[in-house]
Design a binder for this molecule. Structure first.
Ligand code: UTP
Length: 230
């Protein structure tokens, strides 16, 4: 199955790159390839992206300049995962969705970070899933599911097991994300998910080893976002 995987910076690089997590991701991607799945990968910027953005803010860099710094960090994480994947991966982080699809067609695993200011890698993943005709889009994040509110800020937040893509759009709102802003799925991505009608799952890092089962339709501890049929 063709599947787009988005590894949030919050799991691959919460404060700094997590070597064990990067190795675990590489191992599971290897398993997916031996099972003849076709994964395409997006990596986030995590703590280091936020740190560089904060420093750059003090240097009074413009908002799109801050976003570009975030994009550079996401690509650095892509390169780290590529190193762990070895020959399986396209040798450099791809910088466009089209290049990612071309690499996948050559049977190489494309790994990419951000592309355009004004969004996050969530939107890149949603676009990649659509353009590559992925059957499934999976987000790995530290929160591990979509909640009714940010569970780190609101103890009354409730986990959502299943929701429609329209409900996701309503939950995350329509605002452009500020550079470095933390949100479970960015609004640009939520809109793309709604429009492209791709089944989407949000799960935590602890589900990584179960990824082959989850792809086959097994239950998981996160949130399933189902398309709305018109
Ligand atoms: P992330 O995708 O890592 O954002 O991009 P995030 O929501 O903080 O996700 P986690 O914490 O990694 O899971 C980091 C920053 O890079 C810029 C944005 O400023 C974003 O906040 N960025 C990223 C872009 O401007 N465009 C992109 O396509 C990707």
């Amino acid at each position: 199955m063709r599947v787009t995987l988005c590894f949030g910076g919050s799991i691959i690089s919460p404060e700094k790159p997590d070597v064990d997590c990067i190795r675990e991701i590489a191992g599971i991607v290897r398993t997916l390839k031996t099972q003849r799945h076709d994964p395409l990968i997006v990596t986030g910027g995590g703590g280091p992206a936020r740190e560089y953005i904060e420093i750059a803010q003090k240097l009074r860099i413009s908002s799109s300049g801050l976003d570009k710094i975030g994009i550079d960090v996401t690509r650095l994480h892509a390169r780290m995962l590529i190193s762990a994947l070895g020959d399986l991966a396209e040798p450099d982080p791809v910088t466009t969705i089209e290049a990612a699809v071309r690499a996948a067609l050559k049977n190489k695993v494309p790994v990419m970070g951000g592309t355009t200011p004004g969004q996050t890698t969530d939107a890149v993943a949603a676009m990649l899933a659509k353009t590559s005709n992925s059957e499934l889009l999976i987000f790995f994040s530290d929160v591990g599911a979509v909640y009714t509110a940010d569970p780190k800020l609101n103890p009354k937040a409730k986990k959502i097991d299943t929701m429609t893509s329209r409900e996701l759009v309503n939950l995350v709102g329509g605002k452009r994300p500020a550079p470095g802003m933390k949100i479970i799925i960015d609004p640009v991505a939520a809109k793309l998910i709604e429009r492209s009608k791709i089944k989407t799952i949000v799960v935590g890092k602890h589900e990584l080893k179960r990824l082959p089962e989850i792809i086959r339709g097994a239950k998981h501890s996160g949130t399933t976002i189902v398309p709305v049929s018109e």
